[in-house]
Write a protein that binds this ligand. Structure first.
Ligand code: SF4
Length: 352
């Protein structure tokens, strides 16, 4: 199969500044052309329908996908490869950071292009699928390493592969006996739920290896009826779902929004997994939130949300060193006794 036939895109997706302008979504600025050139544009009809046209500049859906002049401002701390994928890539398409698991990136195409994306310099319509030879080399890398227990399909968005192509890839992975878990990370059920078709479900199930599905979702408004229906179809097919959220200034960096989002995910049968601290991506300073603010938000959530709805707040260490939880901490520093802070801020003594 040629790369051009490997994935399918939605025809009605808005892909140009002109199209966004026609919809009244742009704030005029001469720097917009440069911002649009720095990353592809894609806004699906489902996401467009959720935008408040009265104030798109402050709308939490529009801000994620509509280019902003601030993207042309790059600070010295920002990086082209903020989480160090390249440093940990032994074979094209593979990232191997931890002994027992690898990322496999079959393509760099997405249904939407999120302006804060940690791979914003890789994703886009030019980010075609791995060639057949490259994919075979990536699979051979996994086959040759019995210590690899889990493979995480990411990209780009693996669900942009045509279902038949995705089924072939999953079958090849399923045939590797030491792989116990195949995980898919996708934004599709949220931003383009119509792609969760019978054909796609047939491609995903059944598997020898356990399939997990990670859904990227940043705002409670993203969980409208079509998305909830798509998530229900995946859950009804027996696929465990977990949620990934990026903490983003002006989008979800307040306790009310995060509370609603985590509750909405749990009721859609998606277990909140990670709240990602925004990475040092070039041109995304306007999305970044101080770590202390993220920790304060997590503390506030601890006091008001069920444990089922708590994500882990993580930061990806630049250079390819992986994710670490960054708090908040509930243990005080005392040599004689543990000082434990409860969810409401009260300190308690506990023997060491
Ligand atoms: S869907 Fe994921 S990989 Fe694609 S642009 Fe958004 S964050 Fe990046």
């Amino acid at each position: 199969m040629t790369p051009a036939a490997a994935y399918v895109t939605a025809a009605m997706t808005l892909r140009t500044l002109k199209a966004l302008e026609r919809e009244g979504l742009l704030t005029p600025d001469p720097r917009l052309a440069a911002a649009a050139q720095s990353m592809a544009i894609a806004l699906t009809p489902e996401m467009l329908a959720l935008i408040d046209r009265a104030d798109p500049a402050r709308d939490p859906i529009a801000r994620q996908f509509v280019p902003n002049a601030a993207e042309t401002e790059v600070s010295p701390d920002e990086l082209a490869d903020p989480i160090g994928d390249e440093a940990r890539s032994p074979v094209k398409g593979i990232v191997h950071r931890y002994p027992d698991r690898v990322l496999l990136k079959p393509l760099h195409v997405c249904p939407v292009y999120c302006r804060f994306c940690f791979r914003r310099e890789k994703v886009g319509p030019g980010g075609e699928a791995l060639s057949a030879t490259e994919l075979e080399a990536a699979l051979a890398y996994i086959r040759a390493r019995p210590e690899i227990w889990e493979v995480i399909l990411t990209g780009g968005d693996p669900l942009m592969l045509a279902p038949r192509r995705l089924a072939e890839l999953l079958a090849a992975l399923d045939a590797i006996p030491h792989l116990a878990v195949i995980r898919i990370h996708s934004r599709v059920p949220i931003v383009d739920p119509g792609r969760v078709t019978d054909e796609l479900l047939a491609a995903l199930t059944p598997r020898r290896a356990t399939l997990w599905f990670g859904v990227h979702c940043n705002h409670p408004r993203e969980l409208g009826a079509p998305t909830r229906a798509a998530l229900a179809r995946l859950a009804d097919a027996g696929i465990p779902l977990m949620g990934q959220t990026v903490l983003l200034a002006g989008i979800n960096d307040d306790v009310e929004t995060l509370d609603q989002l985590m509750r909405a995910l749990v009721t859609a049968r998606v277990k909140p997994y990670y709240l990602h601290h925004p990475d040092l991506v070039r041109g995304t300073g306007h999305f970044r939130v101080p770590v202390e603010r993220g920790r304060a938000l997590m503390k506030a959530l601890r006091g008001r949300l069920s444990g089922l709805a708590q994500p882990t707040y993580v930061l990806d260490v630049p250079g390819g060193h992986g994710k670490v939880p960054i708090g908040p901490a509930y243990l005080g520093d005392d040599p004689d006794v543990l000082l434990i802070e409860d969810a409401f801020g009260e300190r308690h003594r506990y023997p060491r």
